[in-house]
Ligand binder design. Structure first.
Ligand code: MN
Length: 446
């Protein structure tokens, strides 16, 4: 039973057919993040069309408005599909996350059929589309709790080296998925500006003072939304852990490095991290990512995970092969009409030491309850090479080595007016490329 349950999120079916196309023409364009094989969910408002939040599905450069499309998809459907569509029609993506994998699977199949070329529903569903540029994207759901992990082993090693050159990786790292409980109240959707935070700064040999952070940074991460959740006191077995994962997004864990350096001992991150976290608005389901699964690779000689962090399915395909990029658009470049510049590129499977299933198993092993819509962050996903780093702290070697960002400009850390853009996509032979869209935020003056 557990092997079957673990494999459901990884099973391929007609919704993944790489040859399928959509009657929404923009979804068929090469390099499009949202072809008919993706079908990510988000929540939006339409300025001028009432303030109500609605749930939509991204298809090409359009949004399928489920407040109107859900009843059409439910016509003649069985009770289970109609029940699964109900919260989507009502604008409550969190309630849909709570329904679990069978409901997600049924709705994905119905969306895939409805949006495919030749669908009998084309005429009716065409009236439920709006352009993505006309939708104001919101957070996908109420996020009750947010936990940020530290799964990027190359990030942990290079940041550790800045502080402890002789002993960069802490002895617990390869045994415990390290994390901390973050702050859910300051999570904002992509596009929302982020104000430079004040905090206690302490220059060497000086008294601490309250001032705007001078070492503002981003962190390239993937976020994952929890589905049904678990009861308090009941651990989630790793074989069932992917049943708890609805989907993923991009996540920028903005960080004030100078505040962090002074405050982090002994209890870890606090004000350096809690002023803002930006998430991309489209939640790409684990099911959409099924063609892009990878083995969990551990270097020879590393300790085997403790039994509660191991399953055959997780070892064979627990990782997800996702390409990641960070781009910077400075105020000067924007004003000059120049495009953003790419700061780094990495990939999730090679950056992360722990899989999402391991994070769920570890988070709950002591009995902690996860609830629908809770958000997990992976931690900074830096590649093994210096230029693949997912933060400026690493790229500038702690601020000592400013990097060129085009037009004669340099950065050690972010300046006011800088826009940070995260991008991710999955691409593999025999599958249709899908993307996560963008996670973007602009720094405002303190
Ligand atoms: Mn982080």
């Amino acid at each position: 039973m557990s092997a079957t349950a673990a494999s459901t999120a990884q099973a391929l079916d007609a919704t993944h057919d790489p040859l399928a196309s959509s009657w929404v023409e923009s979804a068929n364009v090469d390099g499009c993040d949202f072809p008919v094989q993706n079908l990510p969910f988000g929540r939006f408002a339409q300025p001028g069309q009432g303030a109500d939040a609605r749930v939509g599905v991204a298809i090409g450069d359009q949004v399928l408005d489920l407040s109107r499309a859900a009843p059409l998809l439910g016509q003649g459907a069985n009770d289970a599909l109609r029940a699964a569509l109900r919260p989507l029609g009502a604008g409550d993506l969190g309630a849909f996350m709570a329904l679990g994998h069978a409901a997600w699977h049924a709705v994905r199949a119905a969306l895939s059929q409805g949006l495919r070329a030749g669908s009998a529903l084309q005429g009716a569903l065409a009236g439920c589309l709006l352009a993505q540029r006309d939708a104001r994207m919101l957070l996908p759901c109420h996020i009750g709790d947010y936990t940020d992990f530290y799964t990027g082993i190359h990030h942990a090693t290079s940041v550790g080296r800045l502080f402890r050159p002789d002993n960069p990786l802490m002895p617990n790292y390869k045994w415990v998925p390290i994390g901390y409980h973050g702050r859910a109240s300051s999570i904002v959707p992509s596009g929302e500006p982020v104000r430079r935070p004040h905090g206690q700064l302490r220059a060497p040999d000086q008294e601490p003072r309250l001032a705007p952070s001078q070492r503002l940074d981003y962190e390239l991460e993937i976020g994952a939304y929890i589905g049904p959740g678990n009861a308090l006191g009941e651990a989630v077995d790793i074989a069932q852990a992917e049943q708890q994962l609805f989907g993923v997004c991009l996540l920028n864990d903005w960080s004030a490095r100078d505040v962090q350096a002074w405050e982090y001992q002994p209890l870890g991150p606090f004000l350096a991290k809690n002023f803002a976290t930006t998430v991309s608005p489209w939640v790409v389901t684990l099911e959409a990512l099924a063609p892009f699964r990878s083995p969990l690779v551990r270097p020879a000689g590393d300790p085997a995970p403790l039994p509660y962090l191991h399953s055959a399915a997780n070892a064979a395909a627990g990782a997800i092969d996702l390409q990641l990029e960070v781009w910077l658009h400075t105020a000067r470049a924007r004003e000059a009409g120049e495009p953003p510049v790419r700061l780094s590129r990495s990939d999730w499977a090679n950056a992360a030491y722990w899989t999402l299933a391991q994070l769920v198993a570890h988070h709950t092993v002591g009995g902690c309850n996860l609830r629908p819509g809770d958000l997990l962050g992976t931690g900074t996903l830096s590649g093994p090479l210096p230029e693949q780093a997912g933060s400026l702290l690493e790229l500038s070697q702690g601020g000592r080595q400013p990097l060129a960002v085009g037009g004669g400009e340099q950065r050690s850390f972010l300046l006011d007016g800088d826009t940070v853009i995260l991008r991710a996509w999955a691409e593999r032979e025999g599958a249709r490329r899908i993307g996560l869209g963008e996670c973007s935020g602009t720094v405002l003056a303190a």
